[in-house]
Ligand binder design. Structure first.
Ligand code: ATP
Ligand code: MG
Length: 405
């Protein structure tokens, strides 16, 4: 069925008091961005709902896109009719007939924005309910949890009618909670961490450490492909590639093997924090999960976290691997993540990193490096690309994806 409007309900946003306007504006902006190629659309945000006027745009396509936008609790495709009761009766029967199978129950819920209309909500419920009962054989009314809830709204501009309530992505509009830098590897965990943080309204920029020629161009492309998947939730994601080869070679040469991992992580953390500062981010996000590998014990976290006081968000820290995988499958990053292109950490990983590194020792060993020089050179080599929703490897290459903005 082709619809005329989509009604969007905010859910959690409704409780945000004073900030509500900011949230609604952010959501309206995100909705427009996600649907930027439907030029005919109009978005109106009001205190408790948002209306999307379709103006002929394909409603199935629009409904599909709304699915990934955080800050939307539920949404309903709506038909707009002239204020003609006979027409309303006819369309109401059609809409229910489309959903009805034997044994299903229904109710009518009317809302009046135009309080001067001659029938009140009860009259309308009775009138339309009676019509449906008489035209659709066997259907029963049920007030509590019916299978079909047909919603009518009487507004000055017409009758609005919808029969479906679709569950939205929940969460808060991306951007309404500030910006953070996601440390994005090619693995399973960090894309999930990025998704979960975006869900709470944080817009993310992806920071990826790259060590050519030890890592292949395919590994870099894999990380970009993952960023493109995350862009589905925000329209676009900035991808920041950090040249990490020199640092890894220096560390490998200078640091005792059992402290390689900790020192590498400290350097990554320092660089991510500097990038965050330059780009006005408020937090760092990573995919660490407690106990998963040696660099993810509490002892390691103390030694790594030592280089910054910036809040570090670790959304998957207490999840089991299978719980993380379940989310990765839901957001369609899993298949990409398990492609066998190793990132920089795997290649330089020592056979037996310390699970309980000591903070003092980490600092001591690290002092053997020219930290400032290494950091300065890496910062000079950043490559920043804007990756848009739906950018696949092929699309990126076709567009001559050199990427410098
Ligand atoms: P993931 O599945 O996210 O790669 P992992 O279980 O492989 O995680 P590690 O390799 O120990 O764990 O990395 C821990 C976290 O450090 C990652 O989740 C990611 O946030 C960050 N990280 C690791 N490698 C890189 C990289 N090459 N570029 C950016 N961030 C990285
Ligand atoms: Mg990894």
């Amino acid at each position: 069925m082709q619809y005329d409007e989509v009604m969007i309900r905010y859910g959690e946003l409704s409780t945000k008091g004073k900030n509500k306007k900011v949230f609604i504006n952010q959501l309206a902006q995100n909705v427009k961005l996600a649907l930027h190629d439907f030029e005919e659309l109009k978005v109106h945000g009001s205190r408790d709902r948002m209306h999307l006027e379709l103006n002929g745009a394909n409603s199935d396509a629009v409904l599909g896109r709304l699915n990934a936008i955080f800050g939307i609790q539920t949404y309903s495709p709506v038909r707009r009719l002239e204020r003609d009761i006979e027409l309303l009766k006819k369309v109401a029967v059609e809409m229910i007939a489309e959903l009805y199978t034997e044994g299903k129950t229904f109710k009518i819920t009317t809302r009046r924005s135009d309080h001067d209309y001659e029938l009140d909500t009860n009259d309308m419920n009775q009138l339309i309910g009676a019509e449906i009962s008489s035209k659709i054989e066997g259907i029963k009314v049920k007030m509590k949890n019916p299978d079909i809830d047909l919603r009518l709204e009487i507004r000055n501009e017409g009758f609005f009618i919808s029969s479906e309530t679709i569950l939205g992505a929940g969460g808060l509009p991306v951007g309404s909670s500030g910006k953070g830098m996601l440390m994005l590897s090619g693995g399973i965990d960090s894309p999930v961490a990025g998704y979960l943080t975006m869900k709470r309204g944080v817009s993310v920029e992806a920071v990826h450490f790259n060590s050519p020629p030890y890592t292949s161009p395919r590994a870099l492309q894999k990380a970009k492909d993952l960023a493109a998947k995350l862009a589905a939730f925000s329209g676009s994601v900035h991808f920041i590639e950090v040249p990490f080869t020199e640092i890894q070679e220096e560390i490998k040469k200078t640091i005792p093997e059992d402290y390689l991992m900790v020192v590498t992580r400290r350097m990554m953390m320092r660089l991510t924090d500097l990038i965050r500062k330059e780009r006005k981010g408020l937090a760092i996000i990573n995919g660490e999960s407690l106990g998963q590998v040696a660099s993810q014990t509490l002892h390691s976290m103390i030694a790594i976290n030592d280089v910054t006081a910036t809040p570090i968000i670790r959304p998957v820290v207490s999840m089991d691997k299978n719980e993380i995988i379940e989310i990765a499958q839901k957001i369609d990053t899993f298949e990409l993540s398990i492609q066998p292109f190793e990132d920089c950490c795997t290649i330089f990983a020592p056979p037996s990193p310390k699970t309980k590194p000591k903070l003092e020792k980490s600092r001591e060993f690290e002092d053997r490096l020219d930290i400032d020089g290494l950091i300065e050179r890496a910062m000079k080599g950043l490559v920043i690309t804007k990756i848009k929703v739906g950018d696949t490897s092929e699309a990126q290459q076709k567009a001559g994806f050199s990427g410098l903005l």
